[in-house]
Each structure stands twice: as structure tokens, then as C-alpha cells.
Design a protein. Structure first.
Length: 359
């Protein structure tokens, strides 16, 4: 049922997880960008990515801040319900990290191979990610494999909400995890763990969170979908202005959003002169961040097959899936309204930390 407020704005329920990269959703509401497009976004904080998925599929949420890999996992039916989803735009690149226990991090720093350090543990190593097909699982497994560790056979992988990970690491229940900031920074502040690689080092400019909805919503309500896309695209552009991020720090530090001290949020959100722009948290970059690149989607399908979760498929089958998920025309309409450049092609060239190239 379509619901409007007393000004006639369409009310949309939008879910998010308390991470630094939920900033575009928070900024859109605080700046009232949604009102410009005839919308009123009601943000709903969620405890886990599984909750995000389930409430989106049930219709309790109209759209969500989602892991890129979550969308493709649901679309392919890996490890849970299969459903038709749509990606309206990418919300950010980079901004995640892999954190290890202090002893493992120290061993790596001293040059010991990770597979030897893990073999010396008194039990099978336990690593946490946030959703089985999500980006954090993909970064973690890719990095472990590059260190000579088989993530499907040599570790126990568990799923945890990001805010629970630092405490679990401190209690010795985990040996490491991959999550979005500020939860690697929080582990370091607590002395529970050390960040060993940022995701932007692993794949500079990697896709991270997206704005996702049910495909039926995008298809049957195209103007609303375009308005929602424009709202978040404008928020992403606002966040790429360094001076605006200090204001966003205060919003994210609110107990109702993330609820950590502002200085901890700032350390993750505010740009530093020492940061490589290609590896640091980006929300817009003149639209380069936000366009739903076909090659990004193909990378996730490739990883699903690498780990044995998805059978081989023809190029035509994959192309059809990617065309269905990526709502490129909706994005183009929103970008046109905002005069944001749109690339002529839909494939980009990427290079990962181990020398692998992808396009």
C-alpha cells in the first residue's frame, strides 16, 4: 500500500546497518534531500544483514543499504531464499578492513606465513564475516586464499553482526574478522585486534554497499525508484565534499545511528592527506563510484563459482542476470536530473592487490 505524509510526500521505509557507509542515507534525511524529490525516507536501523534481507523480501522495508554480494546471493538463491532484487546505485567504494588478533597480526608483521600461524593455534581458526555471500566474506576469503589458506577447508567461518565482532575477538572466540568501519577501528581502540589490510588496499575502488530494492518495486514504480536514486546520489555527492564530512560525523555518532564517540567516527570518515584516494572511502567521485558497473557484478558471480557455490553458466545467462539486477536506466534518469556524468560503457578495469586484473 502506498503511504504519504501530510505534505503529500511518499513515505518509504529504508533499512540500514550501523556502519560508516550508511552515511548517504543519514545525510539524505538530515539534509531533507528526500523532500526535494517528493519522498520522505524513514530510516530503520537493523541488527544484521539477514534482517535486512528478510524485511526487504517481506515488504516491510522498501529499500535497503545492502552489501553488493548480498544482492547477488539472493538473486542466485545461494544459502537462503531466492528473490528478484535490483541495485539502484552503488553507495560507496572501499572503507572495510580485515582485523586479526594481536598475536596473529604481530606474527604477520614479523614475516611469518599466515598458514603457519594458523596451524599453530590450539583449535581450528575461527573468522567472522557479516553475511555468507556478502562483500566482507568475499574480501576475507580472497585475502586468505592469497596467503595460502583455503577458506573453505582450513578455517571455520561464522556470521556475526559487525558491532559484536570486536568483543568476540577480545574474548578469544574469533581469530579475525572482516567488517566495515568503524568496527576495525573499535577493535584497535579496545586492544582486541589489529587491522592488517584495508579493503581499499585489497581492491582499490571496490564496490561495497548498494541501494537495493525488490525488482518489482523498481519495475512497477519507476518514478519513485528514480526519485529515490536521485536522493541518494545527491547525498553521495554531498559527502564527497571534505568540509561536509565533519557534519556527517556528528550525525553518525548519534546513539540512534552508530553510537560511538565522534572522534572514532571521524578517524574513519574524514579524509587524510596520507590516504591514497583510490583506496580511501569514496561516495561519489563525479559518479564513478555510483554507477552500477557490469564488471563488478561479474566479479561476484566469479567468486561464487570459485568457492563452489554456483554452477557454471553461459556468458548469455550471466549477462541476462546482470541486466536484470542493475537498474541502469533508473540510474541514468537520476543522474540526468543531477547532471552527473554517466559512462558510455558499463565495464571498468580493476586491479587487485595480488596482481590479478578484472574487467
Amino acid at each position: 500500500m502506498t503511504v504519504h505524509d501530510d505534505t503529500g510526500s511518499r513515505i518509504l521505509q529504508v533499512g540500514y546497518i550501523p556502519l560508516i557507509d550508511c552515511a548517504p542515507l543519514v545525510a539524505a534525511v538530515r539534509l531533507e534531500l528526500d523532500r526535494k524529490y517528493g519522498l520522505r525516507l524513514q530510516l530503520q536501523r537493523q541488527a544484521s544483514w539477514a534482517a535486512i534481507r528478510d524485511k526487504l523480501l517481506s515488504g516491510e522495508l522498501d529499500a535497503v543499504h545492502a552489501l553488493t554480494g548480498l544482492v547477488y546471493g539472493v538473486e542466485t538463491g545461494i544459502g537462503g531464499p531466492r528473490a528478484d532484487l535490483a541495485i539502484l546505485l552503488t553507495l560507496n567504494q572501499n572503507g572495510q578492513a580485515i582485523t586479526l588478533s594481536p598475536s596473529l597480526a604481530q606474527g604477520l608483521e614479523q614475516g611469518a606465513p599466515l598458514h603457519e600461524l594458523l596451524a599453530a593455534l590450539p583449535r581450528r581458526p575461527v573468522f567472522a564475516q557479516t553475511f555468507p555471500t556478502g562483500t566482507h566474506a568475499m574480501w576475507l576469503y580472497y585475502w586468505l586464499a592469497a596467503q595460502g589458506v583455503d577458506p573453505m577447508a582450513s578455517i571455520q567461518s561464522v556470521t556475526l553482526p559487525p558491532p559484536q565482532m570486536p568483543a568476540a575477538l577480545a574474548r578469544g572466540e574469533l581469530d579475525g574478522y572482516c567488517a566495515g568501519e568503524p568496527w576495525a577501528a573499535q577493535a584497535e581502540v579496545l586492544g582486541a585486534g589489529r587491522r592488517v589490510i584495508r579493503s581499499g588496499q585489497l581492491w582499490p575502488g571496490h564496490p561495497e554497499k548498494v541501494l537495493a530494492c525488490r525488482r518489482e518495486f523498481a519495475a512497477l514504480q519507476p518514478e519513485t525508484a528514480a526519485a529515490l536514486t536521485a536522493t541518494l546520489l545527491e547525498a553521495c555527492r554531498w559527502l564527497d565534499v571534505p568540509a561536509n564530512r565533519q557534519q556527517a560525523v556528528d550525525w553518525l555518532a548519534d546513539p540512534e545511528v552508530i553510537g560511538l564517540p565522534a572522534e572514532r567516527i571521524a578517524a574513519c570518515l574524514l579524509p587524510s592527506d596520507r590516504d591514497d584516494p583510490a583506496q580511501s572511502l569514496r561516495f561519489h567521485a563525479d559518479g564513478e563510484v555510483n554507477f552500477p558497473w557490469r564488471s563488478d557484478g561479474r566479479w561476484f558471480l566469479h567468486q561464487f563459482r570459485r568457492w563452489g557455490w554456483l554452477p557454471a553458466a553461459s556468458h548469455e545467462t550471466d549477462a541476462a542476470l546482470l541486466d536484470n539486477v542493475r537498474r541502469v536506466e533508473t540510474y541514468r534518469q537520476a543522474a540526468t536530473w543531477l547532471e552527473v556524468p554517466v559512462p558510455t560503457g558499463d565495464t571498468r578495469h580493476s586491479a587487485l592487490f595480488d596482481g590479478a586484473r578484472w574487467s
